[in-house]
Design a protein. Structure first.
Lengths: 143, 124
């Protein structure tokens, strides 16, 4: 190998909004892994092993929302639509939307160099994020 | 202060980053694909009606499923690699090996899923 990689220790790299979002992107990725695994384990505990096929379990895992298991062989929808799973689904929605919209901003910043263009993209993305969160929460808590 | 670019688009397109560049591009395409899909999916379940049915018909299509599953699986596996390497930067020495491992994990899972999707689409 050539020279050693030039990396600073994790707490000596400065701190600002971009840095915060850099961490958020990584940590929210891990959080989404955790939540999806948790939802899949929950589905198996609630009897999905014999009542659902793999695709339906994954669909539940990616968004633990009652409408995602309506068309399966589960005998009783009641344990799947308790507020607990709505809270888990809301958490996943918030994390995923923030992660995704920040990703869109990063992509836009790579192609839009003008400061005013970037500011426009930021405002647009905040509006988009808030409306997606609003609509998503409405669907989760009313379905 | 606007950024000034010294590289034209044409030069950028000729950049040959090989393996790591390929994962960067696919990660970007996957992220975009998922963002658009999830936004459409949320809107479809909110609006319902004819618009909802139209959007549902798109993502129930087997071709779209093959595409979106590529987005999800590649973004998830590549994102895990990025997270691991960013949180433990000393491992960066092994990033080329990690990309090989990534493909070794991705291809069997994706290949099997595509077989299942096509099989289901043909009525099996």
């Amino acid at each position: 190998m050539a020279e050693k990689p030039r990396t600073l220790p994790i707490f000596k790299r400065g701190f600002n909004f971009e840095m915060l979002m850099w961490y958020f992107t990584r940590l929210s990725a891990l959080a989404m892994y955790a939540i999806i695994l948790f939802a899949i384990i929950g589905a198996l505990v609630m009897g999905a092993r014999t009542q659902m096929n793999f695709a339906d379990i994954m669909r539940w895992g990616f968004m633990p929302n009652g409408t995602h298991v309506q068309n399966t062989n589960i005998p009783d929808l009641a344990p799947w639509v308790i507020p607990f799973w709505k809270v888990v689904a809301s958490g996943l929605l918030l994390i995923a939307t923030a992660h995704g919209v920040h990703g869109l901003v990063v992509i836009a910043d790579d192609y839009i160099a003008h400061p005013r263009g970037r500011q426009f993209v930021r405002i647009l993305s905040i509006v988009f994020m808030l409306s997606m969160i609003g609509i998503g929460l409405y669907i989760i808590w009313t379905s | 202060m606007g950024l000034k670019r010294n590289v034209s688009l044409f030069t950028g397109l000729r950049y040959q980053g090989k393996g790591p560049m390929l994962t960067f591009v696919l990660h970007r395409i996957g992220g975009l694909g998922m963002a658009i899909f999830v936004a459409m999916h949320i809107l479809a379940s909110f609006l319902g009606g004819d618009v909802g049915k139209f959007l549902n018909a798109i993502y129930e299509n087997w071709l779209f499923q093959i595409f979106i599953f590529f987005c999800v699986l590649f973004h998830a596996i590549n994102g895990l690699r990025i997270t691991i390497f960013d949180l433990w930067p000393k491992l960066i020495e092994y990033q080329r090996e990690a990309i090989w491992v990534e493909w070794a994990v991705f291809l069997p899972i994706y290949g099997f899923a595509v077989l299942v999707i096509i099989n289901t689409a043909m009525g099996g």
